[in-house]
Design a protein around this ligand. Structure first.
Ligand SMILES: Cc1ncc(COP(=O)(O)O)c(C=O)c1O
Length: 458
């Protein structure tokens, strides 16, 4: 569908929904003039609406607004509530992934906006990928070897057989959890943490156990106790620029976390989602590069390229790789070959390092600007950590302010922000808010913050 067809269809849809059933629509010629579109465009838009059941063409008489199925005729689906029982596991994650409505300023986005995506380089990469004679053939379950080799180098010390490609970081986390834990098992998680990880763990029947963080990352004094009490064999963490807290684990804590995993015969799932989002361009060596088989490393291209570049790697050593492969194949067999091939073209191109440098610089500028504005405009709101990478800014609200209610009011005022509560894997610590610089250039951040300031003042 072209943009022009979409535009005319949207206008006609609005008109049809507002009109009474049976009302006649103007002729194609009149619509052509009214919408400044060609007759072909108007006919295609009308065909679209006909497919949607909104209008009907009567031969020889014209096009009419269709009868709408009456409420009484709608099937009774109430039985589904009984059959489904407990309800969906996490609607917070659906909300997080859904784009805000037009006009709502996105200060909660998990992905870089179009201005920060390498759109031209991606188009070139995809065009090249599609020219290969085997472009649409199946791909190896583990992924294209050259792309796996690229991820292996990024993980630090992985061999080719240690790398498995999956369709994005979320799929990687789910696969890693499923491969390392059984329903009913405990899984240790930083608190606060990425709510998609908590949702995936819960959906697999695992029991999240929260391990609080401070400015140095995971509290290792509490981690020891958490391993001992829960019997967990898996720890999920984000050592670099964690989402939502923006914290990076100190060198001392990294060493302690690795040591505790070793002593407890446990896996660490290292979610390096922000590996390419360090404002100064450098992140510390991965936990994976310092471990003998305890770390399952996750790295995705969605955050540094574009949300639909749904390619991520799981890197692991030892028998766990068989488990990961067996779990991965249950989901979708392999990542679509054109996407893998385009990813490989992109990351091997000279445009890629240039893109990353630009992205990192822009995110750093946005974050610096946002921190300044928060201090200037949001009185009583505290910045807990000034992040050096990633998308998120984690804030403490003035005492007694309800984060969930505030996020709801902000949305009604036209700015999307994330309430803190869903980011806690177990009991929420009230009064936190997550802002993101990913989807908002500086002028959008400014406008969004003005709306938020007005809501906080109410
Ligand atoms: C910390 C973290 N890990 C993983 C993901 C999943 O990202 P994707 O599936 O788009 O690669 C996200 C997305 O927001 C995230 O914030």
């Amino acid at each position: 569908m072209t943009a022009a067809v979409g535009r005319v269809a949207a206008a006609l849809r609005k008109r049809a929904l507002a009109a009474r059933p049976g009302e006649r629509l103007p002729s194609v010629r009149a619509l052509t003039a009214a919408h400044g579109a060609s007759p072909v465009t108007v006919s295609r838009a009308l065909a679209l609406l006909q497919e949607e059941g909104l209008i009907e063409a009567r031969v020889g008489s014209g096009t009419f607004v269709a009868e709408r199925p009456s409420e009484a005729a709608a099937p009774d689906l109430a039985w589904q509530h009984v059959a489904l029982g407990a309800g969906p596991p996490s609607e917070d994650l659906v909300a997080l992934v859904t784009e805000p409505a037009p006009g709502v300023l996105p200060l909660s986005s998990g992905y870089a906006d179009a201005s920060l995506q390498p759109t031209r380089a991606l188009a070139t990469a995809m065009a090249r990928a599609l020219r290969a004679p085997d472009a649409w053939a199946r791909a190896p379950v583990a992924g294209l070897p050259e792309l796996r080799a690229w991820f292996a180098r990024r993980a630090g010390g992985a061999d080719l057989q240690d790398v498995l490609l999956v369709g994005g970081g979320q799929a990687a986390l789910r696969t890693a959890f499923q491969a390392t834990a059984r329903p009913g098992d405990a899984i240790l998680m930083e608190s606060p943490t990425y709510l998609g990880a908590t949702a995936a763990a819960r959906a697999l029947g695992l029991t999240p156990v929260a391990v609080p963080c401070d400015g140095e990352g995971l509290r290792t004094d509490l981690l020891e106790e958490a391993f001992a009490r829960s019997g967990a064999k898996v720890l999920y963490c984000q050592p670099a620029f964690s989402n939502p807290a923006g914290v990076s684990m100190s060198e001392r804590r990294r060493a302690e976390v690795l040591d505790l995993a070793r002593r407890n015969y446990a896996f660490i799932i290292e979610d390096d989602y922000a590996a390419d989002l360090a404002y100064a361009g450098r992140t510390p060596p991965t936990l994976f590069s310092r471990s003998e088989g305890h770390v399952i490393y996750v790295r995705s291209l969605t955050k540094s390229v574009a949300p639909s570049m749904r390619v991520a790697a799981l890197c692991a050593r030892g028998p766990v790789m068989r488990q990961l492969r067996a779990s991965r194949v249950l989901d979708d067999f392999f990542v679509a070959r054109p996407l893998q091939a385009a990813a490989l073209e992109l990351v091997s191109s000279s445009a890629f390092p240039r893109h990353l440098a630009r992205l990192q610089r822009a995110l750093g500028e946005r974050m610096g600007h946002l921190c300044g504005k928060v201090q200037e405009r949001l009185h009583g709101v505290e910045i807990l950590v000034a992040p050096e990478g990633g998308y998120s800014l984690w804030l403490r609200l003035p005492a007694g302010m309800d984060d969930v209610a505030l996020a709801g009011r902000a949305l009604r005022a036209g700015v999307a922000v994330s309430a803190g509560a869903p980011w806690y894997p177990t009991m929420p610590v009230p009064g936190h808010l997550r802002l993101s610089v990913a989807g908002a250039p500086v002028e959008v951040l400014d406008a969004g913050l003005e709306r938020l300031a007005a809501v906080i003042r109410l």
